[in-house]
Write a protein that binds this ligand. Structure first.
Ligand SMILES: CC(C)(COP(=O)(O)OP(=O)(O)OC[C@H]1O[C@@H](n2cnc3c(N)ncnc32)[C@H](O)[C@@H]1OP(=O)(O)O)[C@@H](O)C(=O)NCCC(=O)NCCS
Length: 175
């Protein structure tokens, strides 16, 4: 799927309620836009700004419809997609007892309006139902927005790092 131009991510009132639903293949175009805007607006200054390219679009096309144990959702407000999240089995470390929060991104216009919290509730609920003992995630070091969000959602630092210290592991109890 080629992306031509900029998909429109509509500005929506922050007070409108958030609805979470399963992602569909046809969400790809808007999800990629949300992801790139969220990356750049959130931690582009730390990891480098990104642009949309075919490889990225291809990855999202596959991810959004990946079968269990992967699960992907979008957050909608006023009918517009304002966030995306995905969970699955832990890949690093590979351990069947561990689920992973793979990705959670909110459109910058919607930062700090409860979208991340709504996606997190659904993601943790799924990881619980899937029977993992614990959940892990990797996030960006020296990144207060992400770290405070995860800590507010009950995640705790594990002490492990990767990518020369640029990424930190967090854990969340399940069950
Ligand atoms: C990090 C991110 C997912 C948080 O989502 P969000 O929708 O903005 O967060 P919420 O509004 O649901 O916040 C829930 C709670 O997290 C904490 N929190 C969120 N953002 C915060 C910030 N910038 N500073 C301090 N605490 C914050 C607060 O406790 C907040 O509750 P409150 O607003 O009632 O005080 C979002 O900012 C984002 O997508 N950032 C860019 C991409 C990213 O960082 N992804 C995750 C790390 S890889």
């Amino acid at each position: 799927m080629a992306l031509e131009g900029r998909a429109t991510v509509a500005a929506v009132p922050a007070h409108a309620s958030v609805a979470i639903r399963r992602a569909k293949a046809e969400d790809t175009r808007v999800v990629v836009r949300v992801y790139i805007d969220s990356w750049n607006g959130g931690f582009g200054h730390l990891l480098g700004r990104r642009v949309v390219d075919d490889a990225l679009v291809g990855r999202w096309e596959r991810d959004l419809v990946a079968p269990p144990p992967s699960h992907w959702w979008v957050a909608e407000r006023g009918g517009a997609i304002v966030g995306v999240a995905g969970v699955g089995a832990s890949r690093d470390p590979m351990d069947p007892a561990l689920g992973e929060l793979d990705t959670l991104h909110v459109a910058p216009d919607s930062f700090r309006t409860g979208v991340g919290r709504a996606l997190m509730e659904v993601a943790l609920g799924q990881l619980n139902r899937d029977g993992y003992a614990e959940a892990v995630l990797w996030t960006v070091n020296h990144y207060p927005r992400g770290q405070r969000f995860y800590e507010a959602m009950g995640w705790r630092r594990d002490g492990r790092t990767r990518d020369d210290g640029r990424q930190l592991m967090y854990r969340h109890p399940l069950g």
